[in-house]
Design a protein around this ligand. Structure first.
Ligand code: PGA
Ligand code: ZN
Length: 418
């Protein structure tokens, strides 16, 4: 039984307002969470509600969301007996009544849902990941971390067109070793970028943003830093990209910085990136509406390359089922604040699994010190997480939580299930 509920406005890592929520149970257990915020072009996920008052934060304030939590949601949930998180989340979804949480705001519903999960774990005296794996009926695994080390696109001010370039310690025996490897590579990259480009500008997720243009330049920098740091690309370190291709669409194809390429030309480039730069995972490799592009990509590279869909899914189970039916990719990016509740996040992951897809838990460009997604990744056993650079408090909070879980849970398997 929830005894009290409160919400207040805080800042996320880009300096924009977001929501913090605290839930207290009868008996005294409490849970607090902070909701992240993103900006990718997907039109399919839950809607983040904002005040729209130009006198505060340029309209981005969330006082209305906080008020909704402390009035309408409080009235609906305080004092009621819920059998568990699922029932609470169902109540939130039906109270909202829309398909995209636009009435209450997905930032309101996710905040209440996550805070309740944290309080429930405290109430039962179990770690959050154990509570969540119980809810989902999944077996736990430590996720392979994907560290964003170069940023472009909408998350940086350089001319590099693709959004995120990541390294993953595919050969590391533990989370701790993998984090160390990638932090060392990040430090080497910092050194090399400063020497070669004269600045260490950063993008939103902590990746360097030197003034390069074509994606292969970023991959080359990363590969050099990997080798300079003493690691072997391929066996120890794999590379990954979030192309956010919806933002690359140009007249006649895709703009990667050089001459516009056709969809087939883009697929050729990815194939080359796999061969030369050990790229093994590409997110939003073609634009969401480019159905022919997805089909071509899947038929040509789908058996060798993880093709993560993000924009077209919006972390909705129904969209994942549709996308799997039409062969849009072979993996789902999972952003809880797009699903709108923890339960719907778990349902999206289950839909991916049933379709034979892999899944990756994801941070957002606007993050806080909250570590919910680290526990979620362990709980659901999806085996993959992207949470930004191995630097910056809001990014390392997630990795540091994984270290803690690894140390406390002993013998959990690491990485994607085979
Ligand atoms: P966002 O970007 O958090 O700004 O939406 C992340 C992504 O596209 O994966
Ligand atoms: Zn993305």
């Amino acid at each position: 039984v929830i005894d009290d509920l409160s919400a207040w406005e805080i800042l996320e890592s880009r300096g924009r307002p977001t929501v913090a929520v605290s839930v207290t149970f009868r008996g005294g257990a409490t849970g607090t969470t902070q909701v992240p915020s993103g900006g990718s072009p997907g039109k399919h996920g839950g809607v983040e509600r904002r005040d729209g008052d130009p006198r505060r934060f340029g309209g981005l304030g969330v006082l209305g969301v906080c008020r909704t939590i402390e009035t309408e949601i409080r009235d609906a949930v305080v004092g009621r007996r819920f059998t568990g998180l699922t029932e609470l989340d169902r109540a939130l979804a039906s109270l909202d009544g829309t398909a995209d949480k636009s009435r209450l705001g997905a930032n309101a519903t996710l905040g209440v849902s996550q805070a309740t999960a944290v309080a429930l774990a405290a109430h039962r005296g179990v770690p959050l990941h154990r509570l969540l794996s119980g809810c989902a009926g999944t077996s736990e695994r430590l996720p392979l971390p994907f560290f964003n080390v170069v940023n472009g696109g909408a998350h940086a001010t350089n001319r590099l067109r693709m959004l995120e370039f990541m390294i993953a310690p595919v050969g590391a025996p533990s989370i701790r070793e993998g984090i160390r490897w990638c932090a060392e590579i990040y430090a080497m990259l910092r050194h090399n970028v400063l020497r070669g480009h004269g600045n260490i500008n950063l993008g939103y997720e902590g990746g360097f943003a030197p003034d390069i243009v074509e994606p292969e330049e970023a991959l080359r920098l990363i590969l050099e830093a990997t080798v300079d740091a003493g690691y072997t690309p391929g066996t120890q370190i794999g590379l990954a990209i979030d192309a956010e291709a919806d933002n690359l669409v140009a007249d006649g194809g895709y703009d990667l910085g050089g001459p516009v390429v056709s969809t087939a030309g883009l697929v050729d480039r990815y194939e080359q990136m796999m061969r030369t730069y050990f790229v093994f995972s590409v997110e939003d490799a073609v634009a969401a509406p480019d159905r022919d592009g997805w089909a071509l990509l899947r038929s040509r590279l789908g058996d060798r390359l993880q093709l993560v869909a993000d924009a077209a899914l919006g972390t909705q189970a129904a969209n994942i089922r549709d996308a799997a039916g039409t062969g849009l990719g072979n993996a789902a990016l999972i952003k809880p604040n797009q699903a709108g509740t923890v339960t719907e996040t778990l349902e999206a992951i289950a839909a991916a699994r049933e379709a034979g897809w892999t899944a990756m838990i994801s941070h957002r460009s606007g993050e806080t010190g909250d570590t919910f997604i680290a526990d979620l990744a362990v709980a659901t056993g999806v085996g993959q997480i992207k949470a930004g650079a191995p630097a910056g408090g809001e990014r390392v909070a997630k990795y540091n939580r994984l270290i803690e879980i690894e140390l406390r849970s002993g013998d959990l398997p690491v990485g994607p299930p085979l």
